[in-house]
Write a protein that binds this ligand. Structure first.
Ligand code: KIV
Ligand code: ZN
Length: 404
């Protein structure tokens, strides 16, 4: 161990083990940035990292320092100036990789070395050409090396879901005995289902030696569109860390979306025994927009939690319900996740109630006959335009009022 590169190599380096808290491990700047179209410059990563710290993520995976000089200097810059989250870097179980992470995270007040090695039969045979025993030995040696630099070491069994459960339990038991503080179960290719992953976590927690002394973590990809559901199922079965990204960016179809996991835990806390996260939900919208701005990749309008339509209502029936009671068509408030307000969007599906409300907001109190007249004109206009803006409504109101 070099003293210069030793990061919190003490009991303080151990992760928080609270049973009522789910740790949010953000990998936007590592797994997310790895996806085509999402690469970021060092300055952009720094801006994003500081937004993630403000958001309240517990662990911030800042990059893969051995992958390139640029990745190294980005991780180092984040470790130097971002405070709050534990700063983490990814490494294979190799000395060079581990040393690069140790040097990159050295300025951090709280650091983590995250090492990984594939464990599934496919990866063992075709990628690593390693026997089961060689995988165990390499994983243990990796953990021991990493512990020489940092007291907080996470071990990920790449392609864990397609690994024989008894072998996975052996690997985890061995790395825990070697001192790993978090064991991560990646669904690397997005293959699992909620029921399967819940069963896997329950089985592992019962069969891994030393399971009670470490944090179990889930890392789900979205190839079958189940990354968030799988992460939540893992939490139900005892995972107390989830690895996720803002807007769900990541390899192929992406990683589990942070904002969806956080709000599902919050809105359905009745189904998750009151488990909480440290995320400041009101910052979710701004953080998601910042990422979209930085990467130039827009957020789908219908994206859950942070899409433009997430709190927008156009149909007349829904708008009528919303005007009577927001709970009719909203399970959380727009303000909870940082939007200014829900929106009643005026379009061809909208009804008189919403039009009256908007006219009144714009300062036009019309009697029933006048409202009827404007409503007919509004419907004609809405058929021509995809969206009707306040200026259009204003024009309709003013156009019919000879006194205006
Ligand atoms: O998907 C995966 O297996 C990973 C590991 C490196 C954690 O990203
Ligand atoms: Zn991944």
């Amino acid at each position: 161990m070099t003293s210069e590169a030793a990061v919190e190599n003490s009991s303080e380096g151990k992760p928080e083990l609270g049973q009522d808290r789910v740790l949010i491990f953000d990998t936007t700047l590592r797994d997310g940035e790895q996806a085509p179209g999402f690469s970021m410059s060092r300055a952009q990563k720094l801006r994003m990292a500081s937004a993630l710290a403000d958001l309240g993520v517990d662990i911030l995976e800042a990059g893969f320092p051995h992958a390139s000089d640029d990745d190294f200097s980005s991780v180092r810059a984040i470790a130097t100036s971002v405070r709050g989250p534990r700063i983490c870097g990814l490494a294979r179980c190799q000395q060079g990789d581990i040393e690069s992470v140790a040097r990159a995270i050295e300025p951090a007040t709280k650091g983590r070395i995250h090492i990984f090695l594939a464990t599934s039969p496919l990866h063992r045979e075709f990628k690593l050409q390693m026997s089961r025993q060689q995988v165990i030995d390499t994983a243990v040696a990796g953990v021991e090396r990493a512990l020489g630099y940092c007291g907080d070491v996470e071990f990920s069994a790449e392609d864990a879901i397609r690994t024989e459960p008894d072998f996975l339990a052996e690997v985890f038991s061995a790395v825990i005995a070697a001192g790993a503080t978090t064991v991560n179960v990646p669904d690397t290719v997005g293959y699992t289902t909620p029921i399967e992953i819940a069963e896997r976590f329950a089985w592992l927690r019962a069969n891994v030696r030393g399971a009670e002394s470490v944090v179990f973590s889930a890392h789900c990809h979205d190839d079958l569109g189940m990354a968030v559901a799988n992460s939540l199922a893992a939490i139900s079965a005892g995972a107390r860390q989830v690895e996720c990204t803002i807007n769900g960016i990541g390899e192929r179809a992406g990683n589990a979306a942070l904002e969806e996991i956080v709000m599902a835990l919050r809105v359905r806390s009745d189904r998750f025994a009151g488990l909480t996260t440290g995320i400041r939900a009101k910052r979710l919208h701004a953080t998601a927009r910042l990422l979209a701005q930085i990467t130039g990749q827009p957020i789908a309008r219908n994206k859950a939690i942070i899409g433009e339509n997430a709190f927008a209502h156009e149909s007349g029936i829904h708008q009528h319900g919303m005007l009577k009671h927001r709970g009719t068509y909203e399970i959380m408030h727009a303000e909870d996740v940082g939007f200014a307000r829900s929106q009643l969007v005026l379009g061809k599906h909208s009804g008189r109630h919403a039009l009256r409300e908007r006219l009144s907001m714009l300062g036009h109190e019309l009697d029933e006959a006048a409202l009827d007249e404007v409503f007919v004109q509004f419907k004609t206009l809405a058929d021509r335009k995809r969206e009707v803006f306040d200026a259009d409504i204003e024009a309709l109101a003013v156009g019919r009022d000879p006194e205006a």
